[in-house]
Write a protein that binds this ligand. Structure first.
Ligand code: GLN
Length: 411
């Protein structure tokens, strides 16, 4: 189980871990990036403070794609271990929170605190057959998160049972004056379950884009729940068409600005300055340390927000995002939640992801990016199938309690 961690220590009882991009005082916290190697934070993220105050043992920091850039937990520096799927070691864990999902599957009574920008909680939860809950944007403080894309990042929970997921959320949710995007809302008791008969919408056309085996397994679950849930068809045409491109433009633009602070001077990795000037020096450090995917995102992200291109790409993506949110909100007036498979594929084998083109990988996020762009809470529940498969349910903002109650019907 240590293979899921970049730092590990034994613990007792119900234990917690934190994705490597969540800072823990005095413990190397590097978002699985070489450029931060050696960085030991001088403070705890708010979620870490809360868990420590509650008295739980912390097992350590879980592996991830570098800065969260990826879907398989294979985009990390070679000095880190690449985690393997806990059920099928020749397959990936999913990402970017692959270490968190693997740890949640392998360790009894474990609550893995992870982070999602565009699906990094739901995706690995589905691939490792565990539960992943991504809360509403603003419900959980991100103070102390090594940011990927600030308008999208959310800290959430991965664990093996709904009971542990709700306990984890209970411990980390709530307003924090240190995070200006944190929202003041009443926090209900997430751990109490209520039996409800929800109306769930299946978006038109979404089953047509998933692997036929996943479609069949999903339909079986739907049929088996006919007495407990009312299913109906809903339509999210704009999300189906535009969510991936909108997400990647916004995420990369924000990521490229966030990565600008890593120059080899202030955090982590550095080199002897010698006689190089600053630009030369930081180029050397950045060329050596950033992985291929990070470099790609810096270049594409910088391009989309450059003078002359900004209104064609970044500004337009922001406007489209508003339309996508409105579309979700309209549908959620008519149903309690939206349901579809979490991922269009099963966890792929390592040998099959090596040669995938970036766009092919990005397109696999189609089912998870919409809810993330809209800041809507969503949960991935594992279902019975020959290979790990999840169903993802999305509710309206701050309806985590309802989301957990709906999750109960699938457990
Ligand atoms: N796969 C998506 C990406 O690479 C989501 C990652 C995430 O949520 N951190 O951006």
């Amino acid at each position: 189980m240590k293979e899921y961690f970049s730092y590990y220590k034994e613990g007792k009882g119900i234990t917690f871990s934190f994705k490597d991009n969540i800072v823990v005082k005095d413990i190397e916290s590097v978002a699985s990036s070489k450029i931060l190697k050696g960085y030991k934070p001088v403070f705890d993220a708010t979620v870490v403070t809360k868990v420590k105050k509650a008295g739980y043992d912390i097992l350590g920091k879980t592996l991830q794609d570098e800065f969260g850039f990826g879907s398989f937990c294979t985009n990390l520096d070679t000095s880190f271990n690449t985690p393997r799927n806990p059920l099928h070691p020749d397959r990936v864990t999913g990402g970017s929170s692959g270490g968190a999902a693997g740890a949640a599957k392998k360790i009894k009574n474990h609550i893995a605190i992870a982070e999602s920008t565009g699906g990094s909680i739901a995706n690995p939860a589905a691939f490792c057959n565990v539960i992943g809950l991504t809360p509403t944007y603003g419900l959980v403080s991100r103070y102390g998160l090594i940011d990927y894309a600030n308008s999208l990042d959310k800290i959430g929970v991965i664990s093996s049972s709904l009971e542990l997921v709700s306990l984890g959320l209970q411990k980390i949710a709530g307003y924090d004056e240190k995070d200006s995007t944190s929202v003041k809302v009443d926090i209900p008791d997430y751990t109490k379950r209520k039996v409800i008969k929800p109306v769930l919408g299946i978006p038109k056309g979404y089953l047509g884009i998933v692997d036929p085996v996943i479609k069949k397994d999903f339909e079986k679950v739907i049929t088996s729940l006919k007495n407990k849930v009312v299913f109906k068809e809903v339509d999210l045409p704009l999300n189906k068409k535009y969510s991936v491109s909108t997400y990647y433009i916004i995420a990369m633009a924000e990521a490229s600005t966030n990565l600008a602070k890593y120059t080899g001077l202030r955090y982590g990795f550095t080199k002897d300055f010698e006689k190089n000037d600053f630009n030369e020096f930081s180029s050397l450090v950045r060329s050596e340390c950033f992985g291929e995917e990070s470099k790609r995102r810096i270049m594409l992200g910088t391009f989309t927000r450059m003078a002359g291109y900004r209104d064609q790409y970044y500004d337009k993506a922001l406007r489209v995002r508003r339309l996508l949110i409105n579309e979700y909100k309209d549908v959620l007036k008519k149903v309690d939640g939206i349901i579809h498979p979490t991922m269009p594929i099963h966890p792929p084998k390592f040998e099959d992801v090596k040669d995938l083109k970036p766009l092919e990988v990005y397109n696999m996020d189609l089912l998870t990016v919409g809810a993330n762009l809209a800041g809507l809470p969503h949960i991935s529940m594992p279902i019975k199938a020959s290979l790990p498969t999840g169903v993802m349910i999305t509710t309206d903002h701050f309806e985590e309690k309802k989301l957990l109650d709906i999750g109960g019907l699938f457990e």
